[in-house]
Design a protein around this ligand. Structure first.
Ligand SMILES: [Zn+2]
Ligand SMILES: [Zn+2]
Length: 186
């Protein structure tokens, strides 16, 4: 019986020491100082984050200003307008931007069918032997195209890669449905 009492005492001692070490462990680990260090690092991080935030602050401003610049640039297409009435004409017809008060034959024509810029030749007419393959093979080489250009005062020969026409007087493009020509802005 004495042995079992001793065992009990031993067990009690062990348990006691275990609970002791368990209760003392937190203070031994010195967690608070570590926590203060962590919080110090947190403060550093806060500073860094603050710095980043402060650095970021001007960015939205510049983004805003660039947006405003884009807004102010929106009216710019009006500086390079399209012809109000799209005209073709003979060599005597003044070329340029056509506006309500001054109608001119457009010199910035572009074909939406072949995506070529339209060329024009003052005081020339296209030879009757011109065909689709001639323009298909020779646009926009003016030297090669000139082989089928015939001199004719007052005429103006137009061509893209898929269409060609000779004009004597000013005519609206809308009356020539075979042409897919638009004003390419001035
Ligand atoms: Zn074309
Ligand atoms: Zn135009």
């Amino acid at each position: 019986m004495a042995d079992s009492d001793d065992l009990d005492d031993l067990l009690d001692e062990i348990e006691g020491s275990l609970t002791h070490t368990e209760t003392t462990k937190p203070s031994i680990n010195v967690i608070p100082p570590i926590k203060t260090r962590v919080s110090a690092e947190d403060e550093d991080m806060d500073h860094i984050i603050d710095d980043i935030c402060n650095d970021d602050d001007p960015l939205p401003v510049t983004r805003h200003t660039s947006n405003y610049n884009k807004l102010t640039k929106r009216p710019l297409p009006n500086v390079t307008p399209r012809c109000t009435t799209l005209l073709l004409g003979g060599s005597m017809t003044e070329m340029g931007l056509s506006e309500r008060n001054s109608q001119r034959s457009c010199d910035k024509l572009r074909c939406t069918g072949c995506d070529f810029n339209v060329l024009h030749f003052n005081d020339f007419t296209w030879h009757s032997k011109c065909d689709y393959m001639f323009f298909r093979n020779n646009m926009p080489n003016t030297d090669k195209l000139s082989k089928n250009l015939v001199r004719k005062r007052g005429s103006r020969a137009y061509s893209c890669q898929c269409s060609w026409i000779t004009m004597e007087t000013a005519v609206e493009v809308t009356t020539l449905p075979q042409l897919k020509w638009v004003c390419g802005r001035h």
